[in-house]
Design a protein around this ligand. Structure first.
Ligand SMILES: [Zn+2]
Length: 360
């Protein structure tokens, strides 16, 4: 992903922590056959005033406990271990630990776990935790842009809300479904068209894989330097370069990200191919407004350099990082003396002029 979220956004994780604490109490009481305090005393005291009216939580905890009582000690322990492991988000994403999926656990407990954590996830909205979490992220992210694609804009905090993705899918890892550390605001296209319920921890062939940690990600650089002008497809607006989209530093996380969100395909088909011609026209307008009329190769190279630098300084906003990469690539190729490319850009910048002077 292009940049990360501040981990401080996940600080208000008390609801999830409280739920885990209650489940530990339930497991301990079932294991030792001791009596648990009744609702709401089962809720740790600091959280009780905020939760005592949430009887939906009480009902789901009772169901969980009833099912648990009918399982063996070994099964109970495996479930408790799974509660712990599924919430080791950072370690799971970096492949430093593994966890059972819900389908690895005894069948009777699966639905009660899903129901319980789905209810807790919905409580995040009811209790406005989700909105506060989003506001911290919205205020911190550059240009209010989805970091998974860099192309979708985030709306200001309000209803209707942006999508909140269960990074580890709730269908497989429901114990993490109310953990803010596993919940990431995501643009609607990234969420609904690309990621869906894909398992970020495993590829389609079942291989374990590393993924970016949205709350501990320092960002990456994109380069189009190795693209080939005039070697791409012929679109309705003319010939486009054969795009070579590269990210640095290279990592397994980038492979997963590209696979899950189909990043290279989306950049090529949705941005670079359709925008290339209009971006060259933008360059022409910029030259005009800056009163730059390149009459030599070097003047054109200098103009491209200034234009690329301008967009590099704009960062992520309005897909500027992609436009910057395109013009940096054009600058490099022209600087290396690609006469066909120089002639093309000259003819756009100086329409109607022929026999343009060349650098001796
Ligand atoms: Zn997106």
């Amino acid at each position: 992903m292009l940049f990360g979220y501040p981990v401080s956004a996940t600080e208000e994780n008390w609801l999830h922590n409280c739920l885990c604490e209650i489940l530990h109490s339930i497991h301990a009481s079932v294991k030792t056959a001791t009596t648990l305090p009744a609702w709401p005393e089962i809720v740790p005291e600091p959280y009780r005033p905020r939760l005592h009216r949430r009887t939906g939580l009480k009902d789901r905890l009772n169901t969980y406990r009833t099912v648990l009582e009918n399982l063996t000690i070994e099964e109970q322990e495996r479930i408790l271990q799974s509660l712990h492991d599924q919430n080791q988000i950072a370690l799971l994403l970096s492949c430093q630990c593994n966890c059972d999926a819900i389908t690895d656990l005894p069948q009777p407990i699966r639905e009660p776990v899903k129901e319980l954590f789905k209810f807790a996830f919905d409580l995040l909205t009811d209790m406005e935790i989700r909105d506060r979490h989003y506001k911290v992220i919205y205020d911190a992210v550059p240009s209010h842009t989805c970091p998974f694609c860099g192309c979708e804009n985030f709306d200001a905090p309000r209803v209707p809300r942006e999508a909140l993705d269960h990074y580890l899918a709730e269908s497989k890892y429901p114990f993490a479904a109310s953990n803010l550390r596993n919940l990431v605001p995501m643009g609607n296209k990234c969420n609904s068209r690309y990621k869906l319920a894909q398992d970020i921890l495993f590829s389609d062939d079942g291989t374990r894989r590393k993924s970016f940690d949205p709350y501990n990600c320092t960002g990456i650089r994109l380069s189009l330097e190795n693209s080939q002008p005039f070697a791409g497809t012929l679109t309705t607006t003319g010939q486009v370069p054969k795009w070579q989209i590269e990210f640095a530093p290279t990592s397994e996380e980038i492979l997963t990200w590209d696979k899950v969100f189909r990043i290279r395909e989306r950049y090529e088909k949705d941005v670079l191919d359709p925008a290339f011609k209009s971006w060259l026209d933008d360059f022409k307008l910029w030259c005009k407004s800056a009163k730059i009329a390149p009459s030599s190769d070097q003047e054109l190279v200098d103009g491209l350099n200034s234009y690329a630098t301008l967009y590099e300084e704009m960062g992520i906003s309005d897909r500027a990082f992609l436009k910057a990469a395109v013009f940096r690539m054009l600058h490099t190729h022209c600087q290396q003396g690609d006469q066909r490319l120089i002639s093309l850009i000259m003819s756009i910048v100086n329409p109607g002029q022929t026999n343009l002077p060349q650098t001796p």
